[in-house]
Design a protein. Sequence first.
Length: 198
Amino acid sequence: MQKNSSVSKAVLHVGCGVHTPDKLHETFRGPGWREVRLDINPAVNPDILASITDMQGVADASFEALYSSHNLEHLHPHEVPLALAEFKRVLKPYGFALITVPDLRQAAQCIAEDKAEEPVLMTNKGPITPLDILYGFRPFLANGNLFMAHNFGFTAATLRAALADAGFCEISVEPDGEFNLWATASPSAALSSGKGAS
């Protein structure tokens, strides 16, 4: 079936933070996508002011995609299922979620090798160590930004299990080798793949 290229699809960018063009994943930067920004912090001027654990202002099945970059690790363990349930709820049946979180397994490997304080990544905010990946970026925490603390974490297996427990289908979780896990998941296997139920 040929799609009308003039019709844009909407991506809900949760935990969007301050608006900068490169924050949105390149998948969604083309002319066929329209970004809707959601954040709990009013200072970043989101389109929707809400927590990712309670997005009551977002209608059911209203987005073709959802993008979550480094949000889930800031939640407490009991909040993760709430957020994932909300992610699934707001996606259209044929939509998908793209989620990235720190890779605890890679960070733990460095810590086990006594490299906990050695920089493993360089960013414009400064060097990142395995302990920053585990607990949150310590310079931010030292400046009083305790929202940046990490309260939970994932390996590929535990992220896959959490998505499955939330009812997602067609789940893929891959490490990128740079201390991140990338997951894609769909609300409905049959509709997202274009195949009938088996």
